[in-house]
Design a protein around this ligand. Sequence first.
Ligand code: DGL
Length: 270
Amino acid sequence: MKTIGVFDSGVGGLSVLRALLAEIPEAQFFYVADSAFAPYGERSAQAVVDRSQRMAAYLLQHHTVDALVVACNTATAMAVDELRRMYPHLPIVGVEPALKTAASLSRTGHIGVLATRGTLDSERFAQLRGRVEASTPRIHFSCQPCDGLADAIERADPSTTQLLCERYLQAVQALKEPAQPIDTLVLGCTHYPFAAPVLSELCGPGVALVETGLPVARRTRAVLGLDATGHRSADAAAGLRLFSTGDPAALTLAAQRWLCTSASASHLVC
Ligand code: DGL
């Protein structure tokens, strides 16, 4: 059986894990939420590289994983190159805002991108944006850093989540260049799919929300050399171990809510 290590700054990576569990049901998953150090998006690049190295080292040394999924846009932007240098033989799959998919879906050509400040300020994001804009020149991306939003989702704080979604969507819609309204919204942080009901309601039916769980899961299946989709045993929790550097009860609750699993999280000192 393949074992797959997954980490994020917190509960957000569960949105990627949800897709991984559906796409690779026969695998054993080890998920680490680095909640004691969340949010990553407002930390220095060096701090995010350091935490990502610790997460990867823990998963490799204690669970001998066959592949690593960096289920965090911010950690991918800042640390995935370094992780690949450190572990050249380990398949490592990162997560990037789905600009290309959004460009192929948009009819108005105006796309909103919500992500952390760390992701949007990164060189990796600038390169991705440059590549997509060069191949689809009619597209305009309005990028909005969402300070505090991942943290509100992490703390399961619905009123702050609602307030920040309203604030950041207004900021994206207020950008008048180009004049067309956005018709596509990229959720460029793995926490944000858990605010999708609020964002959908605020955006209305004419705006498609784009996230990255499914393509990341398919890519992971491919890098492991697996072909047809397998089957999970009747007890879904059997193939899943959850760890949190913060409060394990919060991760257990989030996993119950979003993954419908009975797996309970353990505390990790790392
Ligand atoms: N979930 C992460 C991401 O995809 C990071 C959120 C944060 O910790 O700031 O960027």
